[in-house]
Design a protein around this ligand. Structure first.
Ligand code: GRF
Length: 212
């Protein structure tokens, strides 16, 4: 399965996908990396690895439709079959998403539907929540919404600040995203309304309690 990865920044989740797709037995490859930030560090990572890249600075476009039309054309030109948002900081319109039905996924650094949006880790720490984690989900027009494929769980520790929590969550993001994409590429992921079924996937039996 050919992936298009959309980024805006450092691209550590892109890096995790690059590492996964480099393996012989992984059922997907990265066909194109697109950034709306021409200076994104992730673009450099991709170029160094010999991947095709494109940059479309959203500030150069009169409106969202024109910006998205360029992205859409570049993805189709590269033969992309699944679009992976990996720290892509622009909302995609319903119009764009209609052209990619159930073909756009995103990773978000919280246990959705809790804590959508930005400044997630600050909000989690301030809330007193005992757990956080990440979510990979199919993208719907509403921000950080859509059928959930996989989540990870990490404890929030009493001495955490946003940075220490972010680092703990990010490490699990790098495990979850390649796993979710693999399942999709293997044809094991089905959407039933708001719910996702993953053929052959297990479920942990243990409750996690924090503090202990
Ligand atoms: C990640 O925390 C991701 O969940 C969020 O944006 C961040 C991107 O980080 N959507 P990176 O660019 O992949 O390192």
């Amino acid at each position: 399965m050919k992936l298009g990865v959309l980024i805006s920044g450092r691209g550590s989740n892109l890096q995790a996908l690059m590492a996964a797709t480099a393996r012989d037995d992984y059922p997907a490859e990265i066909a194109l990396v697109v950034s709306n930030q021409p200076q994104a560090a992730g673009l450099e990572r991709a170029r160094e690895a010999g991947l095709a890249t494109a940059a479309f600075d959203h500030r150069d476009f009169a409106d969202r439709q024109n910006f998205e039309a360029e992205i859409d054309a570049s993805l189709r030109g590269a033969g992309v079959e699944l679009v992976c948002l990996a720290g892509f900081m622009r909302l995609l319109t319903a119009g764009f998403l209609e052209g990619w039905p159930d073909r756009v996924v995103n990773i978000h650094p919280s246990l959705l539907p809790a804590f959508p949006g930005i400044h997630v880790h600050e909000q989690v720490v301030a809330s007193g929540a005992r757990f956080s984690g990440c979510t990979v989900h199919f993208v719907r027009p509403e921000m950080d919404a859509g059928p959930i494929i996989i989540q990870s769980l990490v404890p929030v520790r009493p001495d955490d600040d946003a940075d220490t929590l972010a680092a703990r969550v990010l490490a699990t993001e790098h495990q979850c995203y390649p796993k979710a994409v693999k399942w999709i590429a293997e044809g094991r992921v089905r959407i039933n309304g708001d719910l996702v079924e993953v053929d052959g996937a297990g479920t942990p039996q243990m409750a996690a309690i924090n503090p202990i």
